[in-house]
Design a protein. Structure first.
Length: 124
């Protein structure tokens, strides 16, 4: 008679035997589209080339929302470790969104002079 498998003790690390085939192709992506349904999160990875108006999706991941959230946490942890070893990842300046472009001259009462985004004139 075989002994039923016992769940791992709380706090014990599970060991996973992972095989990565030597011929598994790597896919380079410099663009991602993220969408979702009530049941799944879709990550479409594409390559955008300069002066080419069309991007082709090269890979798609479909995850449950819980697995997507765990992936987010794993990415955050790994990026933090990367930055500890190699320094902060500096992101390029982002172009203003359409809303920023259309409404940049509108100010609220709480806006102080000098709060205008860099490179934009103050409204007086």
């Amino acid at each position: 008679m075989t002994e039923p498998s016992k769940p791992p003790a709380q706090g014990a690390k599970r060991q996973l035997n992972l095989e990565i085939p030597a011929d598994l192709p790597a896919t380079y992506a410099n663009f991602a589209i993220i969408s979702h349904s009530p049941w799944e999160i879709f990550l479409d990875f594409a390559q955008i080339l300069p002066n080419v108006p069309k991007a082709r999706v090269r890979s798609r991941l479909v995850l449950t929302p819980a697995n997507a959230k765990m992936l987010l946490r794993a990415l955050q942890e790994n990026i933090a470790r990367y930055e500890q070893q190699h320094g902060e990842i500096v992101l390029p300046a982002r172009s203003p969104s359409l809303a920023d472009q259309l409404f940049r001259t509108i100010r609220t009462d709480s806006d102080e002079p000098g709060d205008a985004p860099e490179g934009e004139p103050e409204n007086e």
